[in-house]
Design a protein around this ligand. Structure first.
Ligand SMILES: C[S@@+](CC[C@H](N)C(=O)[O-])C[C@H]1O[C@@H](n2cnc3c(N)ncnc32)[C@H](O)[C@@H]1O
Length: 348
């Protein structure tokens, strides 16, 4: 979905919310703002246009800062400007009422959830960064398999997994590295861990829409879609789909992740702003192409939460452009696919 489409969806959603708030206000004989000393409408009618737009801007900023404190995302000025244009003809008190009610809602409330669905960017695809994928296969996974050869278990978390491509990349790569190390084998066309070995790959995201696609594990062969960068040897991850998904696009061919890959995975909703991780003892954590939307103090809080979720010796991979802000918990390494960070023993 393009950013413009997202913004338009957001705007139409907010328009509906404001309309329903306005209808509710009209239906109520004693509006809540009547407690204020001066009635809001006459006072507003007297305000100058400049004062009105200043008030509108303040309300929009309040809403946007609500988004940032609840989800970390700092919406850009484009969204802000579009919202101003839409809301400028709305009765100010209705809008104020709605923003106030949003202020009192938890991030899990459906209204915030709808807003965040429209503000998040779900762009992702298989084998998104080939250099990182080869560093994963050649350096990171062998390091982790050696570390876990006694426990015989590898636990991986993709924090902000979007529609699931990264989770399935990680699962397939881990199974192939396990096969290379002699900890998995090809059986009946399937790559399966050797007896006693376990692989668990967890994907989380704030977006329920993205999680639904991830769990469905079905991807369409669109020009710039999930398969835009797929190397031939990765095609073994997929099987043809006989029944297309309910929202299938005409003329698009769909493929499904094979069952032996899917069975190592699990998806759940998780907000990175939560300082309690949803899983502990992780050996490998990917948190890519999401922290770029956050300010430094939030980035640092998220990195601390990720460090809490990890075992000593575990590896954290952030986007190449994201600075490591919690060096007290990690030792840095630099490979051909960018930096990776090894968790030390320091307790969080
Ligand atoms: C661009 S995608 C990145 C997907 C994948 N990691 C990759 O690199 O291809 C960013 C994802 O971050 C998610 N996201 C944004 N803010 C979040 C938050 N506060 N908590 C959890 N996920 C969030 C979005 O919903 C979106 O699916």
């Amino acid at each position: 979905m393009t950013q413009d489409k997202k913004v338009n969806d957001l705007i139409s959603q907010m328009r509906t919310a404001v309309d329903s708030a306005r209808a509710a206000t009209a239906a109520t004989p004693a509006p809540t703002f009547s407690k204020q000393p001066a009635p809001a409408m006459p006072a507003l009618a007297k305000t100058t246009e400049t004062n009105q737009s200043r008030a509108l801007l303040l309300l929009i900023n309040e809403l946007m800062s609500g988004v940032e404190t609840r989800f970390g995302i700092k919406p850009g000025t484009l969204v802000e400007r579009k919202l101003v244009r839409i809301f400028k003809d709305m009765p100010m008190e209705t809008l104020r009422d709605w923003v106030e009610s949003m202020n009192n809602c938890s991030p899990d409330h459906s209204e915030w959830q709808s807003l965040v669905e429209n503000l998040t960017v779900h762009e992702t695809y298989f084998c998104r960064d080939p250099d990182l994928m080869s560093m994963l296969a050649d350096d990171i996974l062998p390091h982790l398999l050696n570390l876990r050869k006694t426990q015989k278990q590898l636990q991986i978390w993709s924090a902000a997994s979007s529609t699931g491509e990264e989770v399935y990349d990680l699962t397939f790569s881990a199974l192939r590295a396990m096969q290379k190390a002699g900890y998995a084998r090809l059986f009946d066309g399937k790559l399966v861990p050797e007896s006693g070995w376990g692989l668990f790959v967890f994907g989380t995201d704030i977006s329920n829409q993205a999680l639904r696609t991830a769990k469905g594990a079905m991807y369409g062969d669109l020009g710039m879609g999930s398969f835009r960068n797929l190397p031939d040897e990765w095609k073994g991850m997929f099987e043809d789909v006989k029944i297309a998904p309910a929202n299938a696009m005409p003329g698009v061919k769909y493929f499904k992740i094979r069952e032996w890959i899917r069975q190592c995975t699990r998806f759940e909703r998780f907000n990175l702003m939560n300082n309690r991780p949803p899983v502990m003892g992780m050996d490998l954590v990917f948190c890519r192409n999401v922290l770029i939307y956050f300010e430094d103090p939030i980035k640092k809080a998220v990195q601390t939460m990720l460090a809490r979720a990890m075992s000593p010796g575990g590896v954290l991979v952030l986007g190449a452009s994201v600075q490591m802000l919690t060096p007290e918990y990690f030792e840095s390494r630099l490979g051909k696919g960018g930096p990776w960070y090894v968790r030390n023993d320091t307790r969080v």
